[in-house]
Design a protein around this ligand. Structure first.
Ligand SMILES: [Zn+2]
Length: 328
C-alpha cells in the first residue's frame, strides 16, 4: 500500500519547497501521520547551506537536494508485513531523519519510539529534542549545591537549565547574546541570566564562586566562542558537559582541559545506539510528563505546514525564536 504526502525538499541553501511524494510501505517500513513537526537548530544549518560531514545519522548523503526534517510525532497508519514492534493506531515519536516536514513520513522500527503514557501529543512530537535535552540535564553530573552555567538559551539550554535547578544547583546561570532568551530563562527559574555581549561572564562566575569557577558548564550554544568561554569558567576538576553539534572546524584553547583536569561528559542521547536510546528515552521524558519542567513557553511560533517557507525565513532571521513548529 502507499500514501501520498506533501514533503519538504531543500533544493539548495535558502530554497525549501513542499513537493508531492508517494510513500510505498515496504515489508519493514512504518508510515506515520504527523501531528506536529519542529524546526531543529541543525535544520537551520542545513537551510543556510552548512552541511555537516556525513555521519552514521544519515541514510541519505548530507548534500543538496536534501529531504529535510527529523523532529515530529504522530500516529501509525500503516505497517509492513515484517513489522512486529508497532501496529496501526500506535502513537510514536520520530528518532530518525525521515523527511519529517510532511503530512506523513516513513520510518523503520528503530527510528521510532512509543509515546510515553500521559504525554500530550504536541510535546510528544517534540519528544526527540526534549528527550535529548532532558537526557543531557539528567546526566550532567549536577549535584546539590553546584554552580551551573548553561551556555545558550535555546530550546535545549532552557530545558537543561530547568533540569539543573531541579537537581539542586544552588545557582543556575544562563548565558546568551539575546535578551529575549535571557528574559525567558529568568521566568523559567534561572538565578542569573548573562548577556555575553554586554556582561563579563567570567567575572560574574568568579564573583559567584569566590574565584573557583563553575562546578558544571553545559555547552548548548555550539559556537567557537562558547566552547572557549566554557573552557575558561569551569573550576579546577569541574565538569564540561558537551551537548551541541558543531559541524564546522573551530579553534579551541584547550590548555586548561589538561592543566586543570577538566572532566568531559558527552550527553548526546541520539548518538548512542538506538537500543540505548530506546531504554533512556522514557526516563528522560518522565519529568516532562510530570510537568517538572516547563516546555510550552519554549514553543514560540506555530505555522501550517503549507507555510514552511515563512517558517524557515523566520528561523533564519529571528534568533529570538526558540522552537518553531509546523502543523500539517
Ligand atoms: Zn534535532
Amino acid at each position: 500500500m502507499s500514501v501520498k504526502t506533501r514533503a519538504a525538499l531543500l533544493k539548495a541553501p535558502y530554497d525549501i519547497e513542499l513537493v508531492e511524494k508517494e510513500l510505498v510501505c515496504g515489508e519493514d517500513d512504518i508510515i506515520v501521520k504527523n501531528h506536529l513537526i519542529g524546526i531543529c537548530g541543525s535544520d537551520k544549518n542545513f537551510y543556510r547551506g552548512q552541511m555537516p560531514p556525513k555521519t552514521a545519522e544519515f541514510r541519505q548523503d548530507p548534500k543538496f537536494p536534501f529531504w529535510l526534517g527529523h523532529e515530529s510525532g504522530g500516529t501509525v497508519v500503516e505497517v509492513g508485513a515484517k513489522v512486529s514492534e508497532y501496529k496501526v493506531g500506535d502513537q510514536v515519536i520520530a528518532f530518525g531523519w525521515c523527511n519529517n516536514y510532511a503530512d506523513y513520513f516513513m520510518a523503520k522500527a528503530f527510528q521510532l519510539q512509543p509515546v510515553p503514557e500521559g504525554l500530550d501529543m504536541d510535546l510528544a512530537s517534540l519528544g526527540e529534542p526534549l528527550a535529548c535535552a532532558m537526557y543531557s540535564g539528567l546526566h550532567s553530573g549536577v549535584q546539590l549545591g553546584d554552580v551551573v552555567v548553561v551556555m545558550g538559551g535555546g530550546f535545549a539550554g532552557q530545558v537543561i537549565a530547568q533540569c539543573a535547578k531541579k537537581k539542586g544547583a544552588t545557582k543556575v546561570v544562563v548565558a546568551d547574546v539575546l535578551d529575549g532568551k535571557l528574559e525567558l530563562a529568568r521566568k523559567l527559574g534561572a538565578d542569573i541570566a548573562v548577556n555575553l555581549k554586554k556582561q563579563d561572564l567570567n567575572q560574574i562566575v568568579q564573583d559567584l564562586t569566590a574565584g573557583q569557577g563553575a562546578d558544571v558548564v553545559v555547552e548548548a550554544a555550539g559556537s567557537e566562542s562558547s566552547f572557549n568561554t566554557a573552557s575558561e569558567i569551569i573550576r579546577h576538576n569541574g565538569k564540561f558537559v558537551f551537548y551541541s553539534w558543531v559541524t564546522q572546524p573551530i579553534t579551541l584553547n584547550i590548555s586548561r582541559w589538561h592543566d586543570d583536569g577538566l572532566e568531559f561528559i558527552n550527553t548526546c542521547l541520539v548518538h548512542h545506539t538506538w537500543r540505548e536510546r530506546y531504554v533512556w528515552t522514557p526516563p528522560s521524558l518522565r519529568p516532562v510528563v510530570q510537568g517538572d519542567v516547563e516546555v510550552r513557553p519554549l514553543i514560540t511560533h506555530e505555522f501550517k505546514l503549507s507555510e514552511i517557507k515563512a517558517a524557515f525565513e523566520l528561523a533564519d532571521k529571528d534568533d529570538t525564536a526558540i522552537k518553531i513548529v509546523l502543523r500539517p
